[in-house]
Design a protein. Structure first.
Length: 281
């Protein structure tokens, strides 16, 4: 059992996402930075879809009531175990009543805490990912208790893997042409790939809005399917990049589509960070 002493700014249980229900209007959800999640789970020998804790901007404080092994990946939030700094992207042995404390993110924006065999929260529609109106609660709260399977002994690893911090460092987002890309003028296309955009204050698990706005005279489209990573161009020229908790349909032109790696990278950006789009042919 894990006891939440402090939840942090915005902490949730996530896995790879909830698939097969978009036709019912249910978002995919899942961890924002899937690379970091899969890295931590791989270190532990977990299944790819094992549930983790995702922390945003400011980490939490947790007490482990039973022995286990953990791994921390993603943004750096100065993790400390019983007051002593611990390394990320390595296995950490946990004893009963150990306390793990995170601070504010100093590199990246989202940090992931994985435990051996994953956290055993409720499964709804094939996923443990928290989402309002789908799961019982949408964020972790103080005094929540999260079940995990106790583990004693040493985790054997036979390969050495290095965490690729490209998702934390890179400001270049690779994209494909969106469905309505052809509607753009040559000037708009030139702006898309020459400008540096910055993350606005309007950013969350549903979408990131970028600044500055483009010149835009396009009309809205009939409501059509959208995906995490879809870049929409609004009537006022703002670019909105849909993220893991996005809706399933939208009425703005879909001008670009981020690669999965680009979604991971954008998930680690915060207010004021700059990005540039790079077109993949």
């Amino acid at each position: 059992m894990l006891k939440v002493l402090q939840p942090g700014f915005f902490s949730t249980i996530q896995d790879l996402g909830r698939f097969g229900y978009r036709d019912k209007g249910v978002p995919v959800s899942g961890a924002m930075d899937l690379y970091s999640v899969q890295f931590a789970n791989a270190l532990l020998g977990n299944a790819k879809g094992s549930a983790i804790i995702e922390m945003t901007m400011l980490g939490g404080k947790f007490q482990f009531l039973e022995p286990t092994i953990i791994a921390i990946s993603g943004a750096f939030m100065n993790p400390k175990l019983n007051g002593e700094p611990v390394s990320q992207n390595k296995l950490i042995k946990i004893q009963p009543n150990d306390v793990l404390h995170f601070g504010a993110a100093v590199k990246g924006f989202r940090t992931y805490l994985a435990v051996k065999d994953g956290f055993k929260t409720e499964t709804i529609l094939g996923s443990r990912s928290m989402y309002p109106s789908v799961t019982t609660q949408s964020v972790l709260k103080t005094n929540d208790q999260i079940i995990y399977k106790p583990f004693q002994g040493v985790q054997e690893t036979f390969t050495k893997v290095r965490y690729d911090d490209t998702c934390l460092e890179s400001s270049v987002l690779d994209v494909f042409k969106g469905v309505e890309f052809g509607m753009l003028s040559e000037n708009q296309k030139q702006q898309l790939f020459s400008k540096d955009f910055s993350v606005s204050k309007n950013n969350n698990r549903m979408a990131y809005q970028l600044e500055p706005a483009l010149d835009n005279y396009l009309q809205p489209i009939l409501s059509s399917p959208v995906l995490p990573g879809t870049v929409q161009l609004t009537p006022n020229g703002s670019l909105i990049v849909l993220m893991r908790d996005c809706q399933t349909t939208g009425g703005y032109p879909r001008v670009l589509q981020l690669t999965q790696e680009a979604i991971n990278s954008l998930a680690q950006k915060t207010l004021g960070n700059t990005i540039k789009f790079r077109l993949k042919e």
